[in-house]
Design a protein around this ligand. Structure first.
Ligand code: ADP
Ligand code: MG
Length: 456
């Protein structure tokens, strides 16, 4: 392919990236590959037929405009599906050389919760879940849901940053509930899959059976709900399903990467209902928990010798999330297997160089604002507003204070990030919190807790 064409393509992607939020960009545009430009038509490849249809009907015009803006001779666009068995437009697809299409996630081959739920990972059980301070509430709530038919809190809403065990807990609920009450209909799926099934049912004019199947379950779990933000019709349908189930005392479990109050792009009435049951957040891991997780995982491979000091080192240094922690351990296990002797601390430092460097944690002001709002249970919009009520003014000062302490940003930049405030306001907040930390023990505890969240 001509290199000029590649450069144009990356500029088109750049335009799309700036137009859409990351979530949408990564889900829909990133997997695209440019095939060719022929007779004024830009041909792009998608990995699945569903993606092609969705792109065409929802983003086709935007993509065409982005192309036109970069190359005025492009007046049309077309998508081909390129992946294993699903090949359409095959004459075109055939003369295309191997494309750098992102490999799709490998499906885990296990039992599904039902004909329309997603597969469950057999490793994700309560037995393999290590409990610590940061996740004990979520764990206890999950167990309660799994072991009871009666509904105690509905919905159970789990939220946390990535890689902290939400999906693990949901699968664990499904396994345990199924074992205890085999007759119950338990369904687990991601919000993305929910949307996919909904859209498909519309396409095949089969929304009745879509509604029926979802409304007949005893326990419905939807993972990563933030995915349906800004997707009006899917939200609407989700809301109806959700209400019907709750009205009939069927258990609903939801997960998301933020609290219900801060789910932007989700309608207010839905947001508020999401918070009616129990909202449990999983905090970033503490050292003891990380060590516990490492020990549990290391015990599962007794043939490999990894000393306690190596595990302690990893627990101290890899603080981002459990997924990375597991990744680090797996690498050390692989290494130990290769060299056939016990791994030392020096080897660990050597092998994990990149990971260790990446784990010098960097937080940004946006994240501080969101976490502080979640922590004090106020809206992000209130935190940034000019409201002076104590209930929002104090958290705002805390967020300013943490922004000063934990980022390298200057006072004026921080002020701007907080609804265009003056740098003196930030300075005042920093001073005030510094003073209060010495006298107000509750606030001091809050701040220590938040600092722990940010890994300091
Ligand atoms: P999330 O859905 O919150 O992004 P996952 O549930 O996918 O996170 O967890 C990421 C990985 O970390 C999984 O392999 C999971 O088994 C593991 N993990 C997370 N928390 C724990 C825990 N408390 N004990 C054991 N493993 C955990
Ligand atoms: Mg998950």
């Amino acid at each position: 392919m001509a290199t000029g064409m590649e450069a144009e393509w990356s500029r088109v992607l750049g335009r799309l990236r700036s137009e859409f939020d990351d979530n949408i960009f990564n889900s829909w545009f990133k997997p695209l590959a440019l095939v060719n430009i022929e007779d004024g038509c830009a041909v792009m490849a998608t990995p699945t037929r569903f993606m092609r249809n969705w792109l065409e009907s929802n983003f086709g015009e935007r993509i065409r405009c982005a192309w036109q803006a970069e190359n005025s001779s492009v007046s049309d666009i077309n998508f081909v599906v390129l992946s294993g068995s699903v090949r359409e437009n095959s004459e075109r697809a055939e003369d295309v050389p191997a494309l750098p299409l992102k490999a799709q996630k490998p499906e885990i081959i296990t039992v599904k919760t039902s004909e329309f739920g997603a597969p469950l990972d057999p490793r994700f059980t309560f037995e393999s879940f290590v409990v610590g301070k940061s996740n004990e509430l979520a764990y206890a709530a999950a167990r309660r849901v799994a072991e009871n038919k009666e509904v105690h809190f509905n919905p159970l809403f789990l939220h946390s940053g990535v890689g902290l065990g939400k999906t693990h807990l949901m699968h664990a609920i499904a396994w345990a509930n199924r074992e205890k009450f085999p007759e119950r209909r338990v369904v687990y799926l991601s919000a993305e899959q929910f949307m996919y099934q909904f859209i498909t049912s519309i396409r095949y004019k089969d929304t009745m059976s879509f509604k029926q199947k979802f409304r007949s379950v005893d326990l419905l779990m939807i993972d990563d709900l933030q995915f349906i933000a800004n997707k009006q019709s899917t939200q609407e349908e989700f809301f109806h399903t959700f209400n019907t189930l709750i009205d009939h005392s069927r258990q609903v479990v939801i997960s998301a990467d933020r609290s219900p109050t801060n789910m932007e792009g989700i309608e207010e009435r839905i947001r508020s209902r999401l918070g009616w049951g129990l909202v449990a957040d999983i905090h970033p891991t503490e050292y003891e928990l990380r060590l516990g997780i490492l020990q549990q995982k290391a015990n599962k491979v007794p043939e490999v010798e990894i000393s306690l000091s190596v595990l302690e080192f990893l627990a101290r240094r890899i603080t981002s999330n459990v997924r990375e922690l597991e990744g680090a351990l797996n690498r050390m296990i692989a290494h130990a297997t290769l060299i056939g002797r016990e791994v030392t601390l020096e080897m660990t430092q050597e092998v994990l160089q990149d990971l260790l460097r990446a784990n010098v944690r960097r937080v940004n002001i946006d994240e501080i604002q969101r976490r502080v709002a979640d922590y004090f249970n106020i809206r992000l919009s209130d935190l940034l507003s000019s409201r002076r009520a104590r209930a929002v003014a104090r958290p705002r000062q805390v967020a300013m204070y943490l922004s000063k302490q934990l980022t390298a940003k200057s006072l004026p930049v921080i002020g701007r990030k907080f609804g265009g405030r003056d740098h003196t306001t930030v300075m005042h907040a920093v001073k005030r919190i510094d003073e209060l930390r010495l006298t107000d023990s509750v606030l001091e505890e809050d701040i220590q807790h938040l600092e722990r969240i940010f890994g300091t």
